[in-house]
Design a protein around this ligand. Sequence first.
Ligand code: XMP
Length: 509
Amino acid sequence: MNNSVLILDFGSQYTQLIARRVRELNFFCELHPFNHLPENLDDFSAVILSGSPYSVRSEDALLPDLSKIKGKKPLLAVCYGAQYLAHFNGGNVAPSNIREYGRANLSFIKENEPLFDGIAIDSQVWMSHSDTIKELPTRGVCLASTNDVVNAAYRIDGEQTYAIQFHPEVSHSIDGKKLLENFLTKIAKITPTWTPDNFVEMTIQSLKEQVGDEKVILGLSGGVDSTVAAVLLNKAIGNQLHCIFVNNGLLRKNEFENVLKQYEGMGLNVKGVDASERFLTALAGKSDPEDKRKTIGRVFIEVFDDESHKIEDAKWLGQGTIYPDVIESLSVKGPSATIKSHHNVGGLPDFMKLKVVEPLRMLFKDEVRRVGKTLGIDEELLGRHPFPGPGLAIRILGDVTAEKVQILQEVDAIFINGLKEHNLYDKVWQAGAILLPINSVGVMGDERTYEKVVALRAVESVDGMTADWVDLPYTFLQKISNAIINKVKGVNRVVYDISSKPPATIEWE
Ligand code: XMP
């Protein structure tokens, strides 16, 4: 695709952030391991080299082959990339004897340099490296410095090669996004064509070509990714798409009925399959969390396989895979980067042998939401909190019974509806209730009770990898606690979880 950007990953924790910033600027980009150049290299109009935990001076330094890139395409090298270009092209990189971590401010910017257009001297940048560029490479021209780092940015004369030692992708580099934009629009001179509207148009066209007149099966979960994937496929191939929505009996209160109705309202060809009993029977007596997860996974595959056999002649399996899952399967560790693949299909259920179509595999989560909005999907559905596949089973500590599911559904509904009514739902990344496997003593009227304890959990997070508990107003917690204890039979105590992740996790199992 013309106008697209190639990002070569040297293993920095920030590489995905570079990609997200580039996408936010409406440029399409792909992330590839530093030693696996894409076959269609000619299609990329600019290249960015990421940072890395490695040192260019060490024996295990990562050494890309840039012969088809450097001097031939607009190139922006960040941190390790900048040091790599210096070290192996006549410059000198050495351990830094001063602190080059964290905030710094630019103290010099060379005039009339398009990379720094609109960026003021004193702009804050974020450094994170233990080596530093002592001498620039051949034909290197210093573009910016901080008080401690002379060669904070440079370019190579006669080439469209630019390098910076700070990280423009992190939000602490205040003008970082501007710098990336300058590189893409003023140096690489590419056009920002990556918008949700364009994505939808292009994807519908390519899905039509890919699938032709064949049938696709897709499992809906009620979540954002599978829904957006289904709506895109539906726009491309209409009723050739057969969706299956399974009730595992572990969903939220009335969720199966409500979501099914919503799907039908969107014009999706969807079959709701109530397999609650099958799941609960398989779970009976199981209290180990991993055992419960495996059981639910196995039964889901069985149910889905049974249902997919009823759709004759299906050739494709639609999936809501998104870009972070794709990137995770690419490794940058060492020169033998491997791309995981699953060629061995022997012994798999039949639906897993279908050809796979993944309309969202190039999108980040926030882009999936933007595309969903463009497609006219209900905001409420797009803003829904994440919900784990094994559902309430991993929020009922210990063994799972129909009665416990029903108690937890009631508690959860009071909590979630309360968050919505008090305009707190959108301020929380994920919330839910946990049914503890203990009873506690209470008193109701003149009677002593000995009933269940529930915990409420509400966290803020970006991607679920780290999280912190939300400081919900006491008056809100008080109302919810009263409502739960008064309305849900079998519960006489409510506690609020104030643990962060790490060291705790979001779910209790
Ligand atoms: P933890 O508990 O690991 O959860 O902090 C992080 C995020 O992952 C979700 N989660 C799951 N999602 N199957 C899923 O589909 C699972 O087995 C599972 N376990 C945790 C969790 O809800 C949170 O969003």
